[in-house]
Design a binder for this molecule. Sequence first.
Ligand code: ZN
Length: 211
Amino acid sequence: MQISEDVCHAVILADSRGNYARGLPNVGPNNVIVYRCNHERAGYFCSREERQIEFKTLDHEHFMREALREAELAGLAGETPIGAVVVHDGRIIGRGRARHVERHSEIAHAELNALLEAENYIRDHIHAGVVLYTTVEPCVMCLGAVVMSDVDHIVFALADCNIHPEQMLEMPYVRRHIRDYLGGILAAESRELFRRFRPQEIMFFESNATS
Ligand SMILES: [Zn+2]
């Protein structure tokens, strides 16, 4: 572990692979804020391989059904039927659903709302292996929020025809954070919610999902 960068009065640590540390800022001597590396605090470096093993053991359909439940609640409330959950260590740490109408906001996306609910937990705990489950492929805004939130796995149901993940995931900034990008989990169920609540919007999503 080495000190790699000084920004104002903050010290940011980075590991040998160039991954910046994040965590609760601790006020040290002379009011210098030290961002303590979560990996270092845990006493080990969370390698890609360790994260992959943890990710593979998760029951993706189970958590996607939880996201679909949020999506249905959104649809029943007159919102776009999109839901999301954030999962760590096999349990849900954040839930969200679209709330555009309720909040009069175009950016009140399900993923963003789920990430905001999980934010404190992620900041206070070891964050390796955090997964976002969402019923629709995340937009550019939400993908950025995923990166900023230290989520490293994304699982979605319906693919968005306007999204070109092969382009987004090639961006070094994104590629450094996103370890897995898995789509098609319960896509038909997500599509059914659009058929039920927003049939006019179904054209925006993949056409090959079974109905
Ligand atoms: Zn979004």
